[in-house]
Design a protein around this ligand. Structure first.
Ligand code: DGJ
Length: 748
């Protein structure tokens, strides 16, 4: 068992392979946090923060005799506000008397093998009960009858602990509280108090077409936080935060990651207090949120996946990659190599005919592409983005013979067929809107804000979810559809629902997310063979929860190779390459106007799931030959690139004291059997007359030899020790087109 309860000391030790997480019950009542460290086999409890009688620190009435005990100066496990801890509380509930002060005391606990599912929410799962152990601690507010269960799943093969919280209104409060409803105003998925504030906080921020750029800032007294208020996880901030020790790099130092399995409004914060304790929290954003619990009802928070590394950031990333590939993604496509596709969006936008589709498909087939994806514009009267979302029947003017004829035509060419949909949206100019004007999110009497000329369907309603399940099932069965790209192109506004009472309107946003999960669950169950790819104007919903249903995501609408280096590098902090679709597109690039070489566009896209998104019929013979080579080479390295271990040897955000050394980034991917290694080096901006970069590979067999084949045509042999300790010189030459890829094969 990786969870130990020492009843004499009243301490829980949660042991992952290389870490120990400590929880303490103080005076039989208060749940305190003891720290999360590199694994400690013998915990004497003498390293806990001492009880100190600080100036101005209030003492709970029942512990008045222990004068130096103050909730305000302790590391707490799940803090409440209003009883002496003036920092950010983890939970806020309005009780029958209208106040929000809780008194949550330790009540009981349970330790068991395996991991429970979370009702209505996606979460990581165990394949058998031996993979993890779970601790549930019950905290109880006697006066109001509120039971809070803290759930901790400790993994046996990952340095990861998954937490979530269940709130139950037992109805057994005392006197005027008995049987009364309660209103949850805030509940975090976790709260963790670190004994020092000597940390940096890392988050992934950006915008549409500039997603997930890492930002690292000092933790200082006060609150530093990121959030989404968009009813989607968002392009702007990812539901992730890490605390990094001052000395941390990609390979050194302590790192604590917090990744929330949720697709709606979230908040993540680090609060350093007056005594330098740092409180980390992540969970549903209290903004525009409340949840009423009647007697006997429960509320489930989303899961947070917390990862520990004592070997820097890259090790944390590798743990996330493994747990998300193996214990989050489900179904047919789990750990399965993904097809190389051609998507017609940047080739034709809305302007296509069956003939054009087949012309592109003919060339795609010739170069070895495996699937054709028909993007936006195939339905209703859709010829631009002003109409038809909701009318999921074929656009007969554009495709007179229907979808089946297209899918059959693609199949005849030996490729699979995929289709774009944007099911959560409704255009005011659509038959669906004319029939059901109240099916969109809206607030009675207020104007409806449009985004890309569209509104958002109210997925908090069961009738809407049921309608979409049936409508989409019809579409997905109307032709031989192997893949679906599920888009979501605006953030909801006027987040209110026609079916909820005024008291419950602030539940709409979370109910929307729950409705989305229900819809997705219905569809992935009905169509287990379909490969679903999520998308939200690129990577606006690139969060762990979506991968529970859809194993890959369109990383960004920015397809420029250089911009993608930053985006994909930042994304890899939490998410594996098997989640990131990446397409070679035309030059000048449609988003940034930059011209990059075809080889660099290929190399960068190969760091994720390679695809193409350009008009192949307009390319020269040489370019087509180069693409054919890329495709056949990628097929040789695909498994390693998608599912191998990723090392960021030089990341896009690494800093050195001299600008001379910040011009390239390098990734190493190692196959599961460690026999194939692929090194990608790409220059962030090219420079003339520069010396070679010396790249040291990692985690090879130092006594083995590796045969290297360079994209530049060279071939050389190295020992593992040479590659790791001396390093391989890679020189920038304009003729290499901005990047070099080296494939190594272990030869003994
Ligand atoms: C936004 C997506 O990110 C694009 O790839 C494309 O599918 C368009 N939507 C279509 O409207």
């Amino acid at each position: 068992m990786s969870i130990i309860f020492n009843s004499e000391k009243q301490i829980f030790l949660l042991n992952t392979p290389s870490s120990t997480y400590v929880i303490k019950i103080h005076s039989g009542k208060y749940l305190l946090h003891g720290g999360w460290f590199k694994r400690i086999s013998h915990w004497t409890d003498n390293c806990s923060l001492p009880l100190v009688d600080y100036v101005m620190s209030p003492v709970p009435a029942d512990l008045h005799d222990i004068e130096d005990f103050s909730l305000d100066s302790q590391q707490q496990e799940f803090p409440v506000s209003g009883r002496g801890d003036f920092r950010t509380g983890a939970i806020e509930i309005q009780t029958a008397d209208g106040t929000c002060t809780l008194d949550l005391r330790y009540d009981s606990h349970k330790i068991f093998k395996g991991k429970p599912n979370i009702e209505g929410l996606p979460s990581t799962y165990v394949e058998n009960d031996e993979q993890a152990d779970t601790l549930e601690i019950n905290l109880y507010d006697e006066l109001c009858g509120i039971l809070v269960t803290l759930s901790y799943t400790v993994w046996n093969s990952y340095d990861a602990i998954c937490r979530h919280v269940i709130v139950k209104n037992t109805g057994s409060g005392k006197g005027k509280y008995e049987g009364k409803k309660i209103i949850i105003k805030k509940v975090m998925s976790c709260s963790m108090d670190f004994s020092t504030s000597r940390y940096k906080m890392m988050t992934l921020m950006g915008a549409a077409t500039r997603e997930r750029h890492p930002v690292i800032r000092d933790v200082v007294q006060g609150i530093q936080s990121v959030e989404s208020r968009r009813t989607m996880s968002s392009h702007q901030q990812n539901p992730f935060m890490a605390l990094l020790s001052y000395d941390s790099t990609e390979t050194t130092g302590e790192v604590f990651g917090f990744s929330l399995v949720y697709s709606g409004n979230f908040t993540a914060l680090a609060e350093a207090d007056q005594f330098h304790i740092t409180r980390a929290q992540i969970g549903i954003n209290p903004y525009n949120f409340s949840w009423t619990l009647e007697k006997g009802e429960k509320f489930f928070s989303p899961e947070v996946v917390m990862v520990y590394s004592s070997n820097g950031l890259n090790a944390m990333s590798q743990t996330y990659h493994a747990i998300y590939n193996n214990n989050l993604v489900r179904g047919t496509w789990k750990n399965k190599e993904r097809p190389i596709l051609i998507n017609n969006w940047e080739a034709t936008y809305f302007n296509f005919t069956p003939q054009k589709i087949f012309e592109i498909a003919d060339v795609a087939k010739k170069v070895g592409v495996e699937m054709f994806v028909l993007d936006d514009g195939w339905f209703g009267n859709r010829n631009d983005d002003r109409s038809s979302l909701g009318d999921w029947y074929v656009n007969k003017t554009k495709l007179p013979e229907g979808l089946l004829a297209i899918s059959e035509g693609i199949k005849k060419r030996g490729m699979k067929f995929g289709l774009w949909v944007e099911p959560e949206m409704i255009s005011p100019d659509s038959d669906l809107y004319r029939a059901h004007p109240d099916w969109c999110l809206h607030i009675d009497g207020r104007d409806k804000t449009l985004g890309r000329h569209q509104l958002v369907l109210d997925l908090s309603r069961d009738d809407v979810v049921d309608y979409l399940t049936e409508t989409l099932s019809n579409v997905f069965s109307s032709a031989d559809i192997s893949y679906v790209k599920w888009d979501f192109n605006r953030s909801p506004t006027e987040v209110g629902s026609a079916t909820l009472s005024p008291e419950r309107q602030m539940e709409t946003s979370h109910r929307y997310v729950l409705g989305l999960y229900k819809l997705l669950e219905n569809l992935v169950t009905r169509f287990p063979q379909i490969l679903f790819e999520s998308c939200s104007s690129g990577g606006g919903r690139f969060d762990p929860a979506m991968f529970y249903y859809m194993p890959q995501c369109w990383t960004s609408d920015n397809t420029d190779a250089l911009s993608r280096l930053f985006i994909q590098d930042g994304t890899s902090v939490v998410y594996p390459p098997s989640f990131m679709t990446a397409h070679v597109s035309a030059v000048p690039n449609h988003q940034v106007g930059r011209i990059t070489s075809l080889s660099m566009r290929g190399h960068v896209a190969m760091r994720g799931i390679l695809g193409y998104e350009l008009d192949l019929t307009k390319m020269t013979e040489e370019e087509i030959a180069e693409i054919a080579e890329q495709v056949s080479f990628y097929k040789k390295i695909r498994r390693t690139m998608q599912f191998g271990k990723t090392y960021r040897l030089e990341s896009t955000w690494s800093k050195t004291s001299s600008a001379e050394y910040t011009k390239f980034c390098a990734w190493q991917s190692v196959s599961e059997d460690e026999k194939q290694i692929v090194l990608t080096v790409a220059w962030l901006y090219p420079e003339s007359n520069v010396p070679p970069e010396i790249i040291r590979l990692q985690s090879l067999d130092e006594n083995a030899f590796y045969q290297a084949a360079y994209s530049t045509g060279e071939s050389k042999k190295f020992s593992g020790a040479e590659l790791m300790y001396a390093g391989i010189p890679i020189k920038f030459l304009a003729s290499y087109g901005g990047s070099v890829l080296v494939e190594f094969q272990k030869i003994n």
